[in-house]
Design a protein around this ligand. Sequence first.
Ligand code: Z5A
Length: 216
Amino acid sequence: MKPGLLITLEGTEGVGKSTNLQFIRDTLSEQKIPFICTREPGGTPLAETLRELLLAPRDEPFDPLAELLIMFAARAQHIAHVIRPALERGLWVICDRFTDATFAYQGGGRGVPMNIIAQLEALVQRELRPDAVILLDISPQLGLERAGQRAAPDRFERERCEFFERVRSVYLERADADPARYYRVDASRPLVDVQQELKDILARIRARHEGEEAIG
Ligand code: Z5A
């Protein structure tokens, strides 16, 4: 059986990932594409426990390397128990954040050297990389306004605008460097326009996948 596809959804704070993930689910269901939706950090019971550790606000400062290693520990568990088995069954795996978030948040945001992140990526993922990355992009100011309604911000949501500017720059650099794999969506537009573009992107990803299937 031909392996499935790994599609990740990325963006900074308040970009509308949760809202648009529901739209992606509905679109794939309508088109009868077999898929699972999952998220990082998290996606298995153990990885969800690590997520709680990572997101809970705390007085003790989190060392950036400790944060990075826990992120990859959760990812190793998620890949072994959810992502690889689903891909082997031919499913599309829609993942709410993946390693691009690590480059953006731990690399751009926290200042961990990118080569350390790349080494962990190679160790934990081996050849596994997303087939497509959908990057929802808005200015951090607008994102923070949209997310501002939240009652109890987590440890990342408490960061300042400059932190999210650095995160965004890394996302944009990565998208610019690999335009065949990254789909950048201007998420500052009305939701109906964002979702029309997402629909088109899913159709392009599907066409490409089916084309590869025909060749392979
Ligand atoms: N993290 C990390 O540091 N390193 C890693 O490797 C990984 C993750 C994997 C948790 O992620 C944190 O983990 C994350 C980075 C870190 N922290 N941050 N920031 P998460 O993905 O679970 O958390 P999140 O970023 O807060 O995502 P979210 O819950 O999906 O929020 P959202 O993107 O803001 O989505 P939303 O709730 O759908 O949208 C926010 C509001 O905007 C909402 O009221 C919507 O109705 C509204 N909205 C959405 N789209 C529109 C448009 N187009 N127009 C107007 N209003 C809109």
